[in-house]
Design a protein around this ligand. Structure first.
Ligand SMILES: C[S@@+](CC[C@H](N)C(=O)[O-])C[C@H]1O[C@@H](n2cnc3c(N)ncnc32)[C@H](O)[C@@H]1O
Length: 210
């Protein structure tokens, strides 16, 4: 099993209890660099895997595949944690690693533990309150959207479909006993509540430009 562990923005006090517990209990811990290694080292030994910053796709693919093979070898026989700065599902090395492992080793079970991301870290440090809709971009096309307070999920899905979105996830009361996560559009309920979220994605770049 492989667990992507969010280590937060760099402050050693901003790891979650669950992150610390997972680091301590894993058979092997990998990180992508020195900053992450420094956050992990109070709890366990770790190995740094090299992820060079290049735009050369051939080099990148070879590195992803090589690192995926290293991690998978351990993950087949025990619990492997991969610790990284911020959150593992948010513009993260881990998402790429996870995608390559899914492609080449679909039998490996992969989960993630959220970490405090640069977005909420920024809001805190800069004393900025974000309380209206906003955009996060890395310069690529906008292809996904998160709607909070999704009290009428189906209406939201219908409206986003008209805007070209074609993939939807409904999530409610996450990390509680009443958690619900629905990934098939047909099963998304008409009614949500205050603790409901809709995630929408445009599956192709073409539809993103329509
Ligand atoms: C590849 S993304 C990683 C995001 C990370 N997974 C997260 O959850 O925040 C890297 C970008 O996040 C932003 N970032 C991450 N950590 C930051 C920090 N401590 N201070 C300011 N920006 C940060 C910077 O814009 C940086 O270029």
């Amino acid at each position: 099993m492989l667990i992507g562990v969010g280590l937060g923005p760099g402050d050693p006090q901003l790891l979650t209890l669950k992150a610390v517990e997972t680091l301590k209990n894993s058979d092997m811990v990998y990180v992508p660099g020195r900053l992450a290694a420094d956050l992990v080292e109070p709890y366990t030994d770790c190995k740094i895997l090299d992820f060079p910053m290049t735009k050369d796709n051939d080099v990148l693919n070879a590195v992803w595949k090589n690192n995926a093979d290293i991690v998978v070898e351990q993950a087949r026989n025990g619990t492997v944690a991969f610790g990284l700065i911020g959150d593992p599902n948010f513009f993260s090395t881990f998402s790429h690693l996870s995608r390559v492992i899914h492609e080449h080793h679909p039998d490996i079970n992969i989960t993630t533990i959220p970490g405090i991301s640069s977005i909420t870290s920024f809001a805190s440090k800069a004393d900025v309150a974000i309380d209206t809709s906003f955009e996060v971009s890395d310069g690529t096309d906008i292809r996904s959207k998160i709607v909070l307070k999704a009290r009428r999920p189906l209406e939201i899905v219908d409206s986003l479909t008209r805007d070209g979105f074609d993939n939807f996830i409904f999530a409610e009361r996450l990390f509680s006993d009443e958690e619900r996560i629905i990934k098939t559009r047909e099963d998304i309920p008409a009614k949500g509540n205050y603790f409901s979220i809709i995630y929408a994605k445009k599956s192709t770049a073409e539809s993103a430009e329509e």
